[in-house]
Structure formats: C-alpha cells, structure tokens
Design a protein around this ligand. Structure first.
Ligand code: FES
Ligand code: FES
Length: 883
C-alpha cells in the first residue's frame, strides 16, 4: 500500500492506495465522482474515463493512483456545475454535441486539455486530440463544432449569451432550445445506471457458457463459494418465477437449466462484496457440458437431420411469403434482369455504456433500475420471469441505444439475484460480458432479382432472404415483418415475389438494431437498382426518379397498401445539383490518374413510421404552483425525445419551457407509450402528448386562464390523458399483404468515396442527405440523428462486424473513431404529414438505412468493384477488383 497525497478538483485527498488501484476507481468508487465514465474494459480504448492530470488528458482507467503523489487531478465535476457551467461545457450544450451524453465528460476533458495547449485548433488538431475518445451517437460532427465553439468562447470572440440570443425564445418549434438534460450531462451529474449508489449492495457476476450448444451435465460451485467475499452462487433452480424472458416465445431462460444454445448464455450468478470478487468466483464455477452439434449458420441449422435447438419449434421457426401481382410473368416479359446473392454481417449496436442494472426493494416491490426503452413492457416480462409480486421499473440516463435496449439483458439476471438474496444488487457487466448478453443486428442472406421493361420501368422484384435468428426469438416476427413492409423502398414495383425465413442457430440472437430489418434488404435492393440502371444505360438518379412510388394511380407498396403522400420527386430535384457537382468533382479527380479513384453513389429510402394499429398514451397535469408535468414513459437514450415532448407542449399551450417538468423514466405514474424505437416516438408519443396538451389548452381557454387556480375555479380537470393511434390493423395475410405504416420519412443520400485500388481501402469523403421528415422541431437534434445514422451506416458498410466469442472489445469491433468521420451536408424539406405531430414524423433510423448501399454503389462507381457481401473491407474490395 502507498500513501498518496493528491488534489482532486482543488480538494486535497490522502489515499492509502493498493498497487493496483487505478484513478478511475478512486474517483468513481471512493470519491463519488461518477461523471468520469467507463465503457471499455480498462483497455484505454474508449476515452470515457478521460480526466486531466497535471494539465494533460489522461485515461484514468490506466493511471495507477500509487504514481500520483502530488498530482493535480481535474474531473468534469471540477470544471463547472449546471448552474455555473464552464465555457467548454456551454459549448457542448449549445453546439448540440450531447446526445446520450455518456462520452461527453471524457470528450469535454480531452477538449480542455487541447484548448489549454492550443487555443485555436484546426480540424486535424481536434481529431488528433480526440482520436481516443469514442462516440456512437453523434458521428463526431457536432463534437468538432463544439470544440471550435469552445475555442471561440475562450478566445472571447463570442459568448454563450450571444449564441442563446440567436434562439427565438418565443418560438418553441424549429429552435435549438438546449435539451432538458444537456447541462447535467455536460457537467457529469446526470446519473447513468452504473452511477447509482445502494446501501450495502451485493455485486454480482454471471457465469457464461463457454460452449455454443451443449447439455449442462453439472455445475460445481464449491470452490467459488469459498473464495474471498463470496456470498453465494445461484442457478436456474433458485429462480421462483418462470425463468423465461418472454417477449413473444418463452424460449429464453434467465439462467439456462439443462442446455446452452449459444456461447455466452448465462448459467449461474455469483454474489459477492465487490465486483472483482464476484468475477473471480464466477471464473471458478465449473460447468461440465456434453457437447451438441454446433450450427452457427441457417444453412447448417436447416440441413437434413440437423439437431433441433428448441423443443417447441423447428430450427426454421418462421416463414412468411410476400406475393403481389405476378412476378413470374413479369420476369418472362422483362427486357432487363439483374440478379445476385447478397449478405450482411452480424453486427452490434455498440451503445457505449455497458449493460448496467441495479435492483432493490421498496417494501415488497422489486425496483429495477435498468436500460429499457419500453419500461412497462419490460417490467411485466421481468416480473413473470423472476416471480416478483410487485415491480417498479426506473430508467436512468442510458449511454446509447440503437435498438439494443428493446431486449432485456442484465435486468433479468440482476432481478433474479435480488429476488434470491433479498438484497440490493448491483450488476455492472464488463464490456466483454455485455457483448454476450445483448441482442445483435441479424445477418441476412439474400437472393435478389430485379427486372425492368424496355422503357426503364421496374416490373418485378424477387427476394428470398434468410435471417440468422440466433439462439432466441426475442422480438421474433417484428424485424422480418419490418423488412417486408418496406421491401419496395421508395419504388413502385407492381410485381413482388418474396419470402423470409427466420432460422434458429447457435449464434448471437438477433434483435432490434437501428433500422431494424430494412438496412439489410435495402442494401440488396439499392445495389440492384444501380445494377439495373447501368444495364439500361440510365443515370442512377434518373432511373430512381422514374420509378418512384406515387400516391394513387393504383400504385402500392410491396404489402399492397397505398401511400398517402410523398415528397420524393421534390427531394430529388433539390438533391440533383449536389449530385451533379459530386460527379464532376470525381471525374476531374480521376482524370489525374493514379491508384486512388473517386466515386459517387446514391441510395433512397422511404422509411415507415407508425405501424398499423400502433398506439401511445401519456398524460399532462398542471400543478398547484402552475408548473406543468409531462407524464410519459418515453425513453430518451440520446435522440432528443425530452426536447421533443417539452417543445411540443410549450407550443400547444403557449407557455414558456421553464414551466414544464418531465416525468418520463418510471413506471409509477406513467402508462405505456410503446418503445422508443422504430423512429416512432415523435409521431406516436409526441402525437399523444399533443393530444393531451390540446385538451388542456381547450380547458384553459374555456377557463380564461392558464393557471391551476383558473382551471379549478372553472371546474375543469387539471390532468389530461393523451392518446394517439395509427390507423389499420397490422397482420400479414398468406401473401404477406397488409395495411402498412401510417407515415413515411423520405431521403435520398449520396456517398463520395475514395478507393485505393492497390490496397482496397475505402475512405468516405462526404455524405450528403436530402431529407423530408415534416416540420423540424429541433434542428440540431434532427441533424444529430442524420449525422449519427450516417456514421453508423459507414461503419456497417466498411468495417464493423460482430463475431460471437471473438469480438471482445471496441478495437476488435472496429468502432468508428473521429478519424473515420467525414464531411456531411443536409438538404431538408418540411412537408407537413397528414397525421403528423404538428405535421412532423420520425427521423432516427433512416440515414443508417441508405448509407451502406450509397457507399458500395460509390465504390463501384469509383473502381468497378461491386461488393455484394458486407462489410466492404479492403480485402473484399481488392479481391473483387482482381476478379
Ligand atoms: S475506460 Fe478508460 S479508456 Fe475505456
Ligand atoms: S453522445 Fe457520444 S456516445 Fe452518446
């Protein structure tokens, strides 16, 4: 042990430090400074733990406290407070650089160290300084803006007051009002799951399967139970509930009973006094397996004689055809045909925060503080699984989402432990463990064929796609359903013959992931649209425009349902000059010769919002002090739902934002508003909020005042329930025909790339997107979604791949860094949607969908290498070029 004296945020601290105590643990666990975050497993990969030590940015997970005698440490809490923020914290808020906010403290500290040394850094200097700080939400664009703005503040060139003065306080919609949570996130005081402190908690770790498919013969925990600090070990037989995480099928156990079906399946839980003791003991639990044949791919799982993974269903667990018109006849009559096989990889949503969950009891109520984006639904599932009588679900701030939080991961394990030991439980899995217990983006194998007549009209589309479901059903029918609902993209395709097969395997379980179904099928369709345009000798933009789906005229989506409105033709007109400029630039560059070739690729999307029959509910109440509380179970893991709700209510009621309160993260006092997924919350949750606010506005008008007293005096209610429903009833008939999404968001997107024809390396230089999501509520939030979606799309297109058992950290995942970010440009239209929320619709996923095909089309345009199998790694591009 070493006696160490150091200063933390100006306060002297004396620490008796063990040789392995790192600064991150001193700050978070001993000093309660939880603004400093941890994402990677202390490997120096994420930068979330960045603090300043003696004037330099340092990753606190790598810094031994024993080496810090006499050091001066500054953390994000030492810079400023929400009431008195530092200028850098102000800059991050005002530039719109904070989405989930998990990376923010580390980014701000790295920025401080940079600006202290270099008050006016250029882009290259900013990228160098932040190269080790990861962000999954922003695409880094607004982070670079924030660093530049902070520099301006510090150099005295402008002030936060001047920036705030550019926001019209009288206008609620279309203005960049700071997000309700932005200052607390910037100052490191927003509580994420791992930041909660409990009285006398048990720390737990799970024992995970080391086999992909095996029968559990025995679990020997005798050695583990004798290890330091261990309180006990529990297995499936200790769970009093159903032990099933039942979203649709009850096929996923909280803890495996007799069999494991994928590498990483949880088998037992160890509880101890510290996380380190729990993890050490978990490693000492001996599980004996009898191996079964392993089937990681659908082909293996569907092979004759393949072992059935689950007793309740065959490995081919779900099939749905989609038939519209007569595709075979159209094929026979077609003048042009393109066809090819495509595949997409398994991917991880890569939210930066590990899957933290804590549980405790309030009387006989089990309280789960988890990372759900649908707290009411998940509360019910957990209650049944672990046998709780009463349950309350609280959602802390969470570090990114992108679909991963539509499935239960750590919460089932933590809740089972709380029920067993009747003690508060803290479960903060490592990143490596988080990878094992979370859902993934499904890999697809696609057989596609697209035909056109001699005039260049698309006549038919064939698509048989097989989805690798992985070991558990999770959201089962939903992703294939979404893929079928949006199969035709933005186009009028009169004849469709498609089929989806969903296949259980011994691989990671597919769940929701930004776009959730359409990104995979759109990669194939938008590639084939380019291939067909080339055969027709038509420009890809002209060919797309000619084939756009129109309102009326008997035209329908692949589901047979018509659309109510579209602005795609106008968007394409807006987009065209940018496209022509890009083509000219690339041609001029390529004239110079050399190994580096530039290319331009485009892709469209008309993304469905609000599936038929969708519903959201919430409430609004005026309080005796005239504040107004929004009660809505609407998660905001970064997209800006808190802004959306407050701005809509302020707009409808004509009251200032300061009068509004948000109560959105707790099953108590809220009702279900559905998941913060599928880009649906602006349209559905926001629509329900507007409905409630309009009722309150009417009552206020009739009462002649906007106060609690006025409503009471007029005998009016003070609380109003808002609801929004989407028309129709979803459900495919035998031919996959169905009412479809009530609204759509449209875009056309362009990638400008450079390909090194010697190495196959691809660099995306610029992304341009033309978007129409209706009236813009918060411009920065809209841009943040577009930028973040494109950044994830580029990662998906070029490098990211999750391999179960092999992907163990952010480096092996190939997490995009600030050095991978590119220039972006937006073109927006604001066509009010017929049933939109004050005309608006959702935006969160769309640019992710169009990015991968735009990038691969651009690669082809640059060098003639068409990549059919994502990701388009240098090896694949090079191999395709050789062919
Ligand atoms: S936790 Fe320190 S770099 Fe990731
Ligand atoms: S805002 Fe950077 S990870 Fe979410």
């Amino acid at each position: 042990m070493a006696n160490v004296s150091l200063t933390v945020n100006g306060i002297k601290q004396k620490v008796n430090a063990s040789p392995d105590l790192v600064l991150l643990d001193l700050l978070r666990e001993q000093l309660g400074l939880t603004g400093t975050k941890q994402s990677c497993d202390r490997k120096g990969q994420c930068g979330a733990c960045t603090v300043i030590v003696d004037g330099k940015a340092v990753r606190s997970c790598l810094k031994k406290v024993a080496d810090l005698d006499g050091a001066e440490v500054i953390t994000v809490e030492g810079l400023g407070t929400p009431d008195n923020p530092h200028l850098i914290q102000e800059a991050f808020v005002l530039a719109g650089a904070i989405q989930c906010g998990f990376c923010t403290p580390g980014m701000i500290m790295a920025t401080k160290a940079l600006l202290d040394q270099n008050p006016n850094p250029d882009n290259a200097a900013i990228k160098k300084a932040l190269a080790r700080n990861l962000c999954r939400c922003t695409g880094y664009v607004k982070i670079i803006d924030a660093v530049k703005l902070a520099g301006k503040f510090l150099r005295g060139e402008t002030t936060p007051e001047k920036i705030k003065a550019t926001i019209d306080k009288k206008k609620m919609i279309g203005q960049n009002h700071p997000r309700p949570s932005a200052y607390i996130k910037a100052c490191g005081v927003a509580k994420f799951g791992g930041d909660y402190k409990l009285d006398n908690p048990l720390e737990i770790a799970a024992v995970h399967s080391t086999e992909f498919h095996a029968i559990i013969k025995s679990i020997d925990s005798s050695a583990a139970k004798k290890m330091p600090g261990v309180v006990g070990v529990m297995t499936a037989e200790d769970i009093k509930g159903t032990n099933r995480v039942r979203v649709i099928f009850p096929d996923q156990p909280v803890l495996c009973e007799d069999k494991v079906r994928a590498y990483g399946d949880p088998v037992a839980i160890v509880a101890a006094d510290t996380a380190a003791h729990a993890r050490a003991a978990a490693a000492a639990v001996k599980v004996t397996y009898e191996k079964l044949p392993v089937m990681k791919t659908p082909a293996e799982a569907m092979a004759p004689g393949a072992v059935q993974i689950h007793p309740h269903a065959p490995n081919l667990v779900y099939e749905q055809p989609q038939i519209k018109g007569d595709a075979e006849k159209a094929l026979k009559e077609a003048a042009f045909v393109v066809e090819h096989d495509f595949s997409t990889q398994m991917n991880h949503q890569a939210a930066l925060e590990p899957e933290a969950c804590i549980c405790y009891f309030e009387g006989d109520t089990l309280v789960v503080v988890g990372r759900s984006i649908m707290i009411h639904a998940h509360a019910g599932i957990i209650k049944e699984a672990v046998g709780a009588e009463k349950i309350r679900y609280i959602e802390p701030f969470s570090g990114g989402q992108f679909g991963i939080k539509a499935s239960i991961s750590s919460e089932g394990i933590a809740a089972a432990a709380a029920m067993h030991w009747k003690r508060p439980i803290r479960y903060i899995p490592t990143l490596e463990e988080s990878f094992l217990i979370t859902s993934k983006r499904h890999p697809f194998d696609i057989q596609g064929k697209l035909t056109a007549d001699a005039k260049g009209n698309i006549t038919s589309y064939f698509n048989e796609f097989i989805m690798n479901k992985g070991a558990y059903f999770l959201l089962g029918f939903i992703m294939p359903g979404r893929a079928l609902h949006m199969l035709n993209g933005s186009y009028n395709i009169p004849n469709v013959k498609a089929k989806v097969k969903l296949v259980y395997t011994n691989n990671g379980s597919g769940g929701a992931a930004r776009g959730a179904g359409p990104p995979q099928v759109m990669f194939a369709l938008e590639s084939m649209v380019d291939m067909l345009a080339e055969k027709l000798k038509m420009d890809p933009l002209e060919f797309r425009k000619k084939n756009l789906l129109k309102v009326g005229q008997g035209q329908t989506r692949s589901t047979g349902s018509p659309i109510e409105q579209t602005s795609m033709p106008e968007l394409m007109d807006d987009f065209k000059p940018h496209y022509e400029r890009a083509k000219k630039d690339a041609a001029a560059f390529n004239k110079q010769g050399g190994n580096i070739k530039r290319g331009v690729g485009i892709a469209c999307m008309s993304f469905g919002i609000a599936e038929a029959g969708d519903r959201a509910d919430n409430s609004i109440e005026i309080n005796p002090d005239d504040t107004i509380t929004i009660y809505a179970a609407i998660a905001d893991p970064g997209e800006g739902n808190d802004s959306m709700l407050t701005q809509l209510v302020a707009q409808v009621l004509g009251v200032p934002l300061e009068r509004l309160r948000l109560y959105t993260r707790d099953t108590e006092k809220t009702v279900a508003a559905g998941p913060s997924a599928g880009s649906r919350q602006t349209y559905m949750g926001g629509g329900a909020m507007v409905n409630g606010a309009e009722q309150m506005a009417k009552a206020m008008k009739e009462a002649g005042g906007k106060t609690y007293a006025a409503l009471k005096k007029a005998g009016k209610p003070t609380r109003f329930e808002g609801v929004k429903t989407a028309a129709g009833k979803e459900g495919f008939d035998v031919n996959g025909q169905s009412p479809s999404f009530e609204s759509q968001v449209h875009n056309i997107q362009m990638a400008e790339v450079e390909v090194n024809t010697e190495t196959g390396a691809v660099k995306v230089l610029k992304m341009t997107t033309a978007v129409d999501a209706g009236p813009i509520i918060h411009p920065q939030n809209l841009e943040g979604q577009l930028e973040g979606g494109m950044d994830q799309g580029i990662g998906y297109a070029l490098r990211e791949e999750f391999v179960l058992g092999k992907t163990k950290d952010w480096n092996t995942f190939k997490f995009p860094t600030i050095n991978d970010s590119c220039e972006v440009e937006f073109i927006t239209r604001e066509t009010p949607r017929l049933h939109g929320t004050l005309g608006s619709t959702g935006i969160g996923e769309m640019t992710m969908v169009s990015t991968a095909p735009a990038v691969t089309n651009a690669i082809y345009n640059a060098c003639g290498a068409r990549v059919y199998h994502l990701p388009a790694t240098p090896d694949k591009v090079k191999a395709t070029l050789k062919k």
